[in-house]
Ligand binder design. Sequence first.
Ligand code: PLP
Length: 336
Amino acid sequence: MIKEIPAVFGSVFAPDMPVAKFSDGKWQETVWQSSNKLELHPACHCLHYGSEIFEGMKAFRHADNSIHIFQLDAGVERMRKSAASLYLPVPDAEQMKNMIIEAVRRGNEFVPDSRGAMYIRPTLLGTEAIVGAAGHPSHEAMLYILVSPVGDYFKQGSQLRIYVETEHQRCAPHMGSIKTGGNYAAALPWTMIAEEKYNAQQVLFCPNGDVQETGASNFILIDGKTLITKPLTSEFLHGITRRSILQVASDNGYAVDERNFTVAEIKEKIQNGAEAILTGTAAVLSPVTVFIIDEQEIKVQKQDEALKLRKFITDIQYGLAEDKHSWLTKVGVFTA
Ligand SMILES: *Cc1c(COP(=O)(O)O)cnc(C)c1O
């Protein structure tokens, strides 16, 4: 088993990866190849017109050395939706699931023990070699699965400063729920300004005051025992961690209030002792410590509920609490 967890998230990969190509109108058989290079035609569609989508999931090692993928079906379904939205060939669910399970199985030594995980990055590219197709989808595609050992980068007490952006949006509103590379490029200018001007790690996008999400994670306000978060729209990414946290919260007696809310409400509630979290597969759940709203710094006073919620979900992931919603897919037992 991997002894040294990379200091940087997603920078080390298992040596081989499964690849499936879509050509002649159908998905071809999965083949395995080295994960450190990819041969693409320089004219391929994804490099010119952004026909690229990805997913992010994790596999966890339990105390008995069994390895489990968290929310595999949900990730595969979301990727199929993203593909359809970009008119890319939609991956076959069974083939994609098998590719992921086999990537984790073959790469099992890259699943660290408790507190670390294996990050799984399925990627789908439009590969038709045609620069004349700016206004047409790609009829050829390639799906591959990268797996990467990652640590638990969460440190209790560390600062998470959020810049609240009320003018600009993260991406085009009809693209927000698609996990496509162009959306992250679109958010970068505001992220860089927030970093340079306000020393903020993340931007919370709230066009015209409507609280949506940050560049790569969902946002939840915790007011006492109530979780407040935006209801699902096309404008933002429908996080599987968001959904899982709302479920474990409600299992544990919290109320869930999915509704639109404004920056004014964040300000008022945080000043009155509310908490706030960011959610996503990579960090699972990170408590916000400072908001920067209209040049004013507003400190979050505590993280009590955030830390409880974090434990509810990570206990399920590591096999320390009952998986009553069947979120885990067991890949096998791999002795260290
Ligand atoms: C991936 C992502 C999330 C979190 O989704 P999870 O399924 O919880 O990992 C949230 N927002 C954006 C923009 C994302 O790309």
